[in-house]
Structure formats: structure tokens, C-alpha cells
Design a protein around this ligand. Structure first.
Ligand code: URA
Length: 260
């Protein structure tokens, strides 16, 4: 096995980071400073140390996380809490989020140290479906739904979105649905919300453009005030996970996600 692969899988850092560690002379193999990240090692026979501490190979790890709002999908942030701040693991060095959710979006996020798993879920050619629940100001008539289903323009220099699935759950006036809509400060900025139309539903997309769900709904006149990812590739967010909690992804779920 390559030394850089071993280190990355042991959660010492990403492939790029561990290569740099090797170049900086921070890694030893059987007490000899390793010269090349690509050198072959035997995980069962060789002793690998990073900064003098033995590296134990943990293998690949996969977590399902219920991302709360106000949490950044990044490994580090100067101001806000990141997804990794919710993990009480001893070593999160190699762990990274698969894709990203906006700061105010809640719901399903996978974290792993497996680059292949990340690629399988994120690569546009794989068309992995991501399903979102939304609450929005506005209405969705059959023409809007058709546009969302067939493809819609969400940016000047962008191609039309790929076909999506839209399912309206509830339509009504804000005052009828306000208990379901925690819109916080928004209410102060806009007057006359009380009599405005609101709609809730599910939008399923197979791409991952920036703010895609919000922009798609915006393109048909809907302003999203709440967004939650409920499933990826047919794997549902485990509703027993409270916001900010995580659990290991089961073997069956991994197989389902890698099916394509
Ligand atoms: N689409 C969005 O607009 N935001 C997200 O966080 C995810 C998808």
C-alpha cells in the first residue's frame, strides 16, 4: 500500500496534506524518515509514525450527520461553528464533508475520509438524487412545476438545470402556515407577509450547483425561507438523529449509495 494512502485512510490528513507532511520529513517508516509519499509500505509489518507518534490504520469511515442551521460545511472557519465541531472523535484530521449545504440549510450530510465515496456521490455524471424539503413564499402553478421538472435557467452563463422532481405538500396563506414557518428576521424586513401565499414541498435534484434549490425556486417566483436535505441517493436522513448528532453509515446504506 502507498504511504500517502495509508496516512490519509488513517485520518492523518487528506492525500494532499499527508504528501506535504512526508515532504516536510514528519513521517517515519520503521524509524527512518520517509522520502516519498508514494513509497510502498506493509501496514501489517511496518511501523509508521507521524511526528513521532505511531499511526494506527483506522480504515475508511462514513458518518451520517444531521446538520443544524448556522453551521458551516467546512473543516475550519474563523467565525462560525463548522460541521467538524460537532464530532467528538479523537482524530478528525482526514474527515471531510461530502458536498456542501448552505449555512442556513439543515439536514443530511455525509462525512468520510474516503475520496472514492465522495467522488461517487458528487460526480455530476453519476446523477445521484438529493431530495430537499422547502418552505417558501410564493405559489407553484402547473407551468412552474413543468419548468422545474424539465429544466430552468438560473443564471446568465449557465446551462438549464437538469430535470428535477417537484412535489407540493401544502399551499396556503402565511397566516395559515406561520406555525410551520420560522422565518425569524425576515418578517421585520417585509411588510404585509400575513396575506402572502406560501408553499411547502419537496424538490429532488441530481446536480449540486451553488444555492441550486433556492435559485430554481426563485426562478419561478418562490422565496425559500427554510430548506432541509432529507435524502441522498435514496438514503434518508435518520430522523432519530437530532440536529447536530451523527452516526456511522450502515453497510447497507453504503452499498445503496455506491450502487450506481
Ligand atoms: N440548494 C440550496 O439552495 N442550498 C443548499 O444548501 C443545498 C441545495
Amino acid at each position: 500500500m502507498r504511504l500517502d494512502k495509508f496516512l490519509a485512510e488513517a485520518s492523518v490528513g487528506t492525500r494532499k496534506i499527508v504528501r506535504a507532511y512526508v515532504k516536510e520529513g514528519k513521517v517515519t517508516v520503521n524509524d527512518q524518515v520517509a522520502a516519498e509519499p508514494s513509497m510502498e509500505i506493509d501496514p501489517n509489518a511496518d511501523t509508521i509514525k507521524y511526528l513521532g507518534k505511531e499511526v494506527v490504520h483506522t480504515g475508511k469511515v462514513y458518518y451520517m450527520f444531521h446538520k443544524p442551521a448556522r453551521c458551516i460545511t467546512a473543516r475550519k472557519d474563523a467565525k462560525s461553528k463548522t460541521v467538524l465541531d460537532y464530532f467528538d472523535l479523537v482524530n478528525t484530521n482526514g474527515l471531510f464533508p461530502v458536498g456542501r449545504l448552505d449555512k442556513d440549510t439543515e439536514g443530511l450530510l455525509f462525512l468520510t475520509n474516503d475520496g472514492h465515496f465522495n467522488h461517487q456521490l458528487m460526480c455530476p455524471e453519476k446523477h445521484v438524487e438529493k431530495k430537499y424539503f422547502f418552505l417558501a413564499f410564493g405559489t407553484l402553478d402547473s407551468k412552474d412545476k413543468k419548468q422545474l421538472e424539465t429544466g430552468i435557467c438560473i443564471g446568465e452563463d449557465e446551462s438549464l438545470t437538469k430535470p428535477a422532481k417537484i412535489e407540493v405538500v401544502k399551499e396556503g396563506m402565511y397566516h395559515e402556515m406561520k406555525d410551520e414557518m420560522d422565518i425569524g428576521e425576515c418578517i421585520n424586513k417585509k411588510k404585509n407577509l400575513y396575506e402572502q401565499s406560501v408553499v411547502s414541498g419537496y424538490l429532488t435534484i441530481s446536480e449540486g450547483r451553488k444555492h441550486q434549490v433556492k435559485r430554481m425556486l426563485r426562478a419561478v417566483g418562490c422565496y425559500v425561507v427554510y430548506l432541509k436535505r432529507v435524502s441522498i441517493g435514496g438514503v434518508m436522513l435518520d430522523e432519530s438523529l437530532k440536529k447536530g448528532q451523527y452516526r456511522v453509515v450502515t453497510e447497507k446504506e453504503i452499498q445503496k449509495l455506491l450502487e450506481k
